[in-house]
Design a protein around this ligand. Sequence first.
Ligand code: URA
Length: 212
Amino acid sequence: MGTAPQPGLHVVNHPLIQHKLTQMRRKETPSPTFRQLLTETSLLLAYEVTRELALDQVRVETPLVSMEAPQLVDVPVVVSILRAGNGLLEGVLQVLPEARVGHVGLYRDHETLEAVEYYCKFPPLADRMVILVDPMLATGNSATAALDRVKAESPAAIRFLCLLAAPEGVAAVHAAHPDVAVWTAAVDECLNEVGYILPGLGDAGDRIYGTT
Ligand code: URA
């Protein structure tokens, strides 16, 4: 599947992530297991997406001596695209428990596949790094709309974190937001005629929450 190196696209092919993704793709994987696997995978993906965060040296007193030790300059803000983004949020917050969290609610109009906003609440984003999370980067319409919303708040940088991407979605995000790098566990083959990723894993929101 299309994983050739591409600027602004990071495919995290760690064996644990790939193994868990395969279990999530299986149609017989029940919702509680899917949710648990997604949390575990997002924790591992968060580790990669934060790999190059800036560190400062700060003085700390250990029980024995004083030393200069590294500390994050800034904790990124995590913004979840509702509702499926919350499935990724869980694991990301396990490695970034101090992160402040924003939500943007977008649904896909099933006729036009366009993103329609129904909710938006952000902590201050100006000059902060934002990690925008949504498990599925399909047409790129929701991602692009959410990125427009986030960018209006003047963040310092934005990274888009997903579980699965379609080539069409990556291209759409990079066309509209060339400065936003995408992190994903896999880039699948294509979209079907109703905008689902193939081979994919079905509707991520339904699989997380047991709806149909
Ligand atoms: N959203 C999903 O949940 N699954 C897809 O395949 C595409 C968009």
